[in-house]
Design a protein around this ligand. Structure first.
Ligand code: 0O2
Length: 204
């Protein structure tokens, strides 16, 4: 398989989405002092990781592009839970891609304790041989959810998917603490936003 050739459109999609969503962040900042977007990251899934996922899910190589949704992945990180739903609404109203599926792992957390909002999109990308429709995953989560998910992901990698029970329990507790942190911060959202405005006026 020529991976460089296969992954080229996915790299293009990730690059385009990062530019667009970072542009959205700047627009929010011009228009109001609060941007629901804190930062945007993106990556093309490494080949090894694509192969492992395909193997675990019984996906034959020829179906990888149709059945592995997150070869192109973009992450939007927000300050507050409300911001996530504002971004979701904004994404639903765009017409530069279509939404294939939405998964709300905030209302329905995963058994691991994982919380995040996933949107699978179909993105048209212009390649030299014409337009290609590429599947991509946009993950939208708060800073607290991101902190938890990043650490859990590292532990999963370290323990090859079998995290010991005692660490698992701590992770569950940490997931609930992160959720509580988001709830508490939401209650003082307006205070925090006002403080940021004052700070930005003084230092920017
Ligand atoms: P990477 O690239 O290393 O992040 P499905 O379970 O199929 O119904 P879902 O959850 O959208 O739907 O798909 P999947 O394939 O399980 O997860 C896609 C990505 O979501 C993962 O990518 C993670 O980034 C994130 N994710 C999902 N579940 C968890 C979880 O329990 N913990 C953490 N930390 N992240 C999760 P990969 O495949 O891990 O690869």
């Amino acid at each position: 398989m020529n991976w460089e050739y296969l992954l080229a459109p996915y790299k293009q999609v990730v690059d385009e989405l990062k530019v667009k969503l970072r542009g959205t962040r700047s627009q929010f900042e011009y228009e109001s002092s609060h941007s629901p977007i804190e930062f945007v990251t993106g990556r093309v899934k490494p080949v090894q990781s694509i192969l492992e996922k395909a193997k675990n899910r019984g996906v034959p190589l020829e179906n990888i592009e149709k059945e592995i949704y997150d070869i192109a992945g973009v992450r939007v990180v927000c300050q507050f839970v409300d911001d996530i739903y504002a971004i979701v609404e904004m994404l639903r109203n765009r017409d530069d891609f279509s939404i294939v599926e939405e998964k709300d792992y905030i209302t329905n957390k995963k058994p691991s304790g994982y919380r995040s909002y996933h949107m699978i999109i179909q993105y048209p990308v212009e390649m030299v041989r014409g337009r290609k429709l590429v599947l991509a995953e946009i993950q939208i989560r708060t800073l607290a959810m991101n902190f938890w998910a990043t650490n859990e992901h590292s532990l999963n990698y370290k323990y090859k998917g079998s995290i010991p029970d005692d660490i698992q329990i701590r992770l569950q507790n940490a997931a609930e603490a992160a959720f509580k942190l988001d709830e508490e911060m939401s209650k003082i959202k307006h205070e925090i936003q006002e403080a940021r405005r004052i700070f930005n006026r003084k230092y920017n």
